[in-house]
Ligand binder design. Structure first.
Ligand code: HEM
Ligand SMILES: *[C@@H]1O[C@H](CO)[C@@H](O)[C@H](O)[C@H]1NC(C)=O
Ligand SMILES: *[C@@H]1O[C@H](CO)[C@@H](O)[C@H](O)[C@H]1NC(C)=O
Ligand SMILES: *[C@@H]1O[C@H](CO)[C@@H](O)[C@H](O)[C@H]1NC(C)=O
Length: 531
């Protein structure tokens, strides 16, 4: 069974290409297509036996095949020639697909029915005008200093009031905890705070006390995303469609979940509207969350009625929750796993904290401001290096609108899927050198120890071009805050050493939409002796 805990709205796009790829590998045939592909493109050679043999290392298998092509691009031909596509790890092709010929590569409508119930017309799933109007509003907000400060305050507050007490208690009891699960709950609480201004307290010591509606929302959302993933990964879509039609099993529960999510979101919107109407002039307390901001910036958009406006707001906020729900926790899980296996780098991160932010009593790494986080170049490099090796969205997909030729000379036909593998790109010798499979944060630093960003098309972990991730800064802020406060206070020991060193060459990920760690990350915490 696939572990389909993976959630997240990237399901939409990612799954298409991802599943297509699995499908094609299962059904592939090795004869080249008749339509004379350019010399640089190669048919995907493999078979069901190859797939089954490589199932547990699917992304590595794809990376191996891509790295043996001269243009880092596979041409994939489906069973009976019914569908076609490409999968690339070539930065020039990514530039073409995601930026210079942006309008020719869309999310498309094929997955519409799978996620429409959950996402509506939210930014994550739509193309064209529907997308660009939401993008404009959202990217304006994400560029404001006030949102950055709100996000940073929110995460600091949750770390000191919830995450650290939780970890301290586990440490005192010498408990083994699943760090992946803890981080997941933490990140979901965090994104709800940022998006809605509501705190579900999913990661709470006394959570039994709070069997609140907020918590039911979180559980419904988590379940709905899981069912959406199941739909994607279903080999025979007719099965779930039939279940939906008959309203039985997981589809019945799904319907109830969607209703709960919708009612909850609409109620929050209404109560904010009420507050908005009763707002005093020059009220000092502004609501900082995304929903309140969108409401403010939307008053001049032409909606026909209140319901239409509410649906628009609901859709955009739900998309953000999906985007922020599991992505950073997945990234942090691999980061802590890598750090546990590389004590030398853990030491360097700790020393940077001592040197740069623990120098005065009012600056504690347990609660770092936005500006203090910026000083942590080594930590930033270590997180980027971890994302390079373990991108939370390992493979992503677009649908081709009309015939086109990529920069590498590869032909892409109308209706083909065009995939890129961020996972493969992090493991290409041609891009990163012979030590590309090693965890070496220094590769991101210049001689003065200052972080040097690399070309976006070489590191597409947050996507590239006009549709690049809007939450990238927020994600780094969250990851740096969590990593700094946890590493300052604890030594994180992976149970059984995390499977080092064998698992480095055979990383334990699940075959799902997000690169989740198989079996979670069981750890024990030890308090670090404070200097
Ligand atoms: C390490 C964490 C994260 C990673 C690796 C990541 C990665 C990505 C990727 C690959 C995409 C492109 C999806 C596609 O178009 O197919 C994307 C889009 C997006 N991300 Fe993130 N993301 C992360 C965190 C976040 C967070 C925390 C938020 C919430 C604020 C967020 C909000 C978004 C939104 C709204 C989009 C859609 C942008 C658009 O379509 O115009 N992301 N992200
Ligand atoms: C939900 O969260 C909000 C904001 O944190 C809080 O004011 C409200 O009381 C919570 N609702 C319930 C039923 O716990
Ligand atoms: C972009 O794609 C179109 C097909 O829609 C193609 O005709 C055109 O040549 C491409 N443009 C570039 C700059 O490659
Ligand atoms: C697109 O390419 C295919 C395959 O080469 C060809 O059969 C078809 O006529 C092309 N369509 C257009 C509109 O050029």
């Amino acid at each position: 069974m696939l572990d389909i805990q993976a959630t997240f709205l990237f399901c939409l796009t990612v799954s298409l290409g991802f599943l297509s790829l699995i499908y094609f590998i299962v059904h592939n045939y090795s004869s080249p297509p008749n339509r004379a592909p350019s010399p640089q493109s190669y048919p995907l050679v493999g078979n069901i036996i190859g797939f089954l043999q490589n199932r547990h290392r699917f992304h590595d298998w794809v990376a191996d095949m891509i790295s043996s092509t001269p243009q880092l691009t596979l041409q994939v031909n489906g069973f009976l020639g019914l569908s076609h596509g490409i999968c690339t790890a070539n930065p020039a092709n990514l530039d073409h697909l995601l930026r210079s010929n942006f309008s020719n590569y869309v999310k498309g409508s094929r997955f519409h029915d799978v996620l429409e119930d959950l996402l509506g017309d939210g930014i994550f799933k739509v193309d064209g005008e529907l997308w660009s109007s939401q993008r404009k509003i959202a990217s304006h907000e994400f560029n404001t200093k006030s949102l950055k400060h709100f996000i940073s305050t929110t995460v600091q507050c949750q770390i000191s009031s919830r995450l650290l007490p939780y970890l301290s208690s586990a440490c005192d009891k010498e408990e083994v905890i699943d760090l992946q699960d803890v981080l997941r709950r933490f990140a979901f609480d965090n994104i709800c705070n940022v998006a809605f201004g509501v705190d579900p307290t999913w990661l709470d010591l006394n959570k039994v006390k709070y069997n609140s509606r907020n918590l039911s929302f979180v559980c419904a959302f988590d379940h709905a995303v899981e069912v959406s993933s199941d739909r994607f990964l279903s080999p025979i879509p007719a099965i779930w469609k039939m279940k939906r039609l008959l309203n039985i099993g997981s589809e019945k529960q799904y319907k109830e979940d969607i209703k709960l999510i919708n009612d909850y979101a609409i109620d929050i919107i209404r109560s904010k509207e009420k507050k908005y109407l009763n707002k005093e002039e020059n009220e000092p307390e502004r609501n900082q969350d995304l929903l309140s901001r969108f409401m403010d910036s939307m008053s001049n958009l032409g909606f026909h009625n209140q319901d239409e406006k509410r649906k628009f707001l609901r859709d955009i906020v739900i998309s953000f929750i999906l985007a922020g729900k599991d992505s950073t926790s997945t990234a942090l899980t691999w980061f802590f796993w890598l750090i546990a296996g590389h004590p030398h780098y853990e030491r360097l991160i700790y020393e940077e904290l001592l040197e740069k932010v623990a120098t005065s009593p009012e600056q504690s790494p347990e609660s770092l401001s936005y500006d203090e986080l910026k000083k942590l170049h080594f930590l930033h490099a270590a997180l980027s290096e971890s994302l390079r090796l373990f991108p939370p969205v390992p493979i992503n997909s677009r649908l081709t609108v009309s015939n086109d030729t990529l920069s590498s000379g590869t032909f892409v036909g109308k209706g083909w899927f065009a995939d890129y593998s961020a996972y493969a790109m992090g493991r290409m010798e041609k891009l990163w050198g012979p030590d590309c499979r090693e965890f070496r944060p220094e590769r991101w630093l210049d001689d003065d120890g200052v972080f040097e960003p690399c070309d976006q098309f070489k590191f597409p972990v947050f996507h590239c071009g006009p549709r690049m991730c809007l939450g990238k800064d927020m994600a780094y802020m969250q990851m740096k805050s969590v990593a700094a406060s946890v590493i300052y206070k604890f030594e994180v020991k992976a149970v059984d050493g995390g499977g080092y060193p064998e698992r480095i060459s055979d990383p334990p990920y699940t075959l799902s939409l997000l690169l989740k760690m198989r079996g979670g990350l069981p750890v024990k915490l030890e308090r670090r002796p404070q200097r």
